[in-house]
Each structure stands twice: as structure tokens, then as C-alpha cells.
Design a protein around this ligand. Structure first.
Ligand SMILES: Nc1nc2c(ncn2[C@@H]2O[C@H](COP(=O)(O)OP(=O)(O)O)[C@@H](O)[C@H]2O)c(=O)[nH]1
Ligand SMILES: Nc1ncnc2c1ncn2[C@@H]1O[C@H](COP(=O)(O)OP(=O)(O)O)[C@@H](O)[C@H]1O
Length: 220
């Protein structure tokens, strides 16, 4: 599929600050699937790669899916202030390295995050204007459990633990800007693309707008 170039062209003319597009959901609702497709299909969108102390799953690639680190390294990085946000989820630590995100935003690149509600709250506290948050719901509890089991990457015990945390995660939906039910993955992706088009056109993100409009008026 062709990458979406439309809204990039306007950014090239006017100059735009990037945004942080956060996807959260109960485990198994489809964040990773949606995120991978968006990165493939959307020009100017880059994935934030988190650091985690969770063990690597089969098929996960170091530096692409996560930076897999030991507890000690994680705490060292946290103490040095290298993280934009960090949280403990399912007994493991997760965090967003700050520098790549800050550079991307100022260079007009959008960053996609697959993080939980705790991380989203921390980012909202620090940089509300740069945040666009989307909460993804499963069509039903049965679908959620089926997806976790079908993914076949976690033991029955881990799946049960993730299911038991789902209600807690879902209770935070009100803290998000947009809510999507991921029934059909293509529809969910096209809805998120529509959100991105609108968010890219927000006046406050178009940092070169004053100069652009001044030039237009001067030419009249
Ligand atoms: N706060 C925060 N949460 C994260 C980060 N990276 C991943 N998570 C969340 O941690 C949870 C578990 O992620 P993971 O172990 O990959 O399993 P998943 O639920 O199948 O995506 C999910 O809710 C992720 O959104 C991060 O850097 N910060
Ligand atoms: N709309 C959908 N319909 C059916 N299965 C889906 C849908 N979206 C995702 N899945 C499947 O559900 C499982 C969990 O999805 P995943 O993206 O890993 O969720 P999360 O990252 O939120 O934990 C995967 O096997 C994925 O292929």
C-alpha cells in the first residue's frame, strides 16, 4: 500500500511540530498489530522503542520491538533521567527513552507509542500539547481472551493474569482523546489515519504558519 504523503506536503511548505500518538488498550486488544501496520503505511511516523525488563518473546527483535535490559540497567537509566515516562506493568518495568522523542518532535516527525495508561498520564502531565491519545477496546471479553490465546506467545497463567488486569486498564478510557473498538483491523487503522490527518492540520502544530500567512498577505 502507498504511504500517505498528503499531509506531509503541507508540512513541507509551512513547517510543523510532530506529535506523540499514544495507543493504549488492555493486552490483546490489538495495539501491536495496529502499530506495525501504521508504521509501514504512514510516512513521517516513527515508533518509539521502549526499554523493558520483560523477557523477549519469540520473534521479537532487540532494538526494534524493545530494548531488553536487566533490572539494574533500567534503574541506572531511570536515575540518570533518561526516560520520558516509566511504569511497572505485569511485574516488569517499561520506559520510553526521552532523547529520540524530543528530537523527532522538533524535527516535525510524529512518534507512535504503545504504552499503558500510567505512561500516558505522565506524558500528559509533561507535554499535553504534543500528545494525541487513542484508547483501543476489544469488541468483547471473549474476543479479548481468544486473541490472547491465539497469539500463543504467553503461558495460560500469563494470559489469565493479563485478562484479570483488563478491567483495570479499561477503566482509564476516559483519560484518552479518542476511543476505538478494534473489531475490524483495517477499519481501526483507517480511523487512526483519519485522526492523524486532522491532528497534523491543528493550527498550533503548524509552527511556520505566522510567517507563511505574512508572506501570503505581503504578496497580495
Ligand atoms: N508506561 C509504559 N508502558 C509500556 C511501555 N512499553 C510497553 N508498555 C505497555 O506494557 C504493557 C505490556 O506490554 P507487552 O509486554 O509488550 O505486552 P502486550 O500487552 O502484548 O503489548 C502494554 O500495555 C504496553 O502498552 C513503556 O515504555 N511505558
Ligand atoms: N481486529 C482483530 N481481529 C482479530 N484478531 C486480531 C485483531 N487485531 C489483532 N488481532 C490479533 O489479536 C492478537 C493480539 O493482538 P496484539 O496486536 O498482539 O495486541 P496487544 O499489542 O494489544 O497486546 C494477535 O494475535 C493479533 O493478530
Amino acid at each position: 500500500m502507498a504511504k500517505n504523503e498528503d499531509s506531509k506536503m503541507q508540512s513541507n511548505i509551512i513547517g510543523r511540530r510532530g506529535f506523540m500518538l499514544v495507543l493504549s488498550s488492555p493486552s490483546g486488544a490489538g495495539k501491536t498489530t495496529i502499530a506495525r501496520r501504521l508504521i509501514e503505511e504512514e510516512n513521517g511516523l516513527y515508533m518509539s522503542v521502549s526499554a523493558t525488563t520483560r523477557p523477549r518473546r519469540p520473534g521479537e527483535v532487540e532494538g526494534k520491538d524493545y530494548y531488553f535490559v536487566e533490572d539494574e540497567t533500567f534503574h541506572l537509566m531511570a536515575n540518570r533521567g533518561e526516560f520520558l515516562e516509566h511504569a511497572n506493568v505485569f511485574d516488569h518495568y517499561y520506559a520510553t527513552p526521552a532523547v529520540p522523542v524530543m528530537n523527532a518532535l522538533s524535527e516535525g516527525r510524529d512518534i507512535l507509542f504503545d504504552i499503558d495508561w500510567q505512561g500516558t498520564q505522565q506524558i500528559a502531565d509533561k507535554s499535553r500539547d504534543d500528545l494525541v491519545s487513542v484508547f483501543i477496546l476489544p469488541p468483547s471479553t471473549q474476543d479479548l481472551e481468544k486473541r490472547l490465546l491465539n497469539r500463543a506467545q504467553d503461558s495460560a497463567e500469563v494470559v489469565a493474569k493479563r485478562m484479570s488486569k483488563a478491567a483495570d486498564e479499561i477503566s482509564h478510557y476516559r483519560e484518552y482523546d479518542y476511543i476505538l473498538v478494534n473489531e475490524n483491523v483495517d477499519k481501526a487503522i483507517s480511523d487512526i489515519k483519519a485522526i492523524m490527518v486532522a491532528e497534523r492540520l491543528k493550527r498550533d502544530r503548524q509552527v511556520g504558519l505566522t510567517d507563511f500567512v505574512k508572506e501570503l498577505r505581503d504578496q497580495i
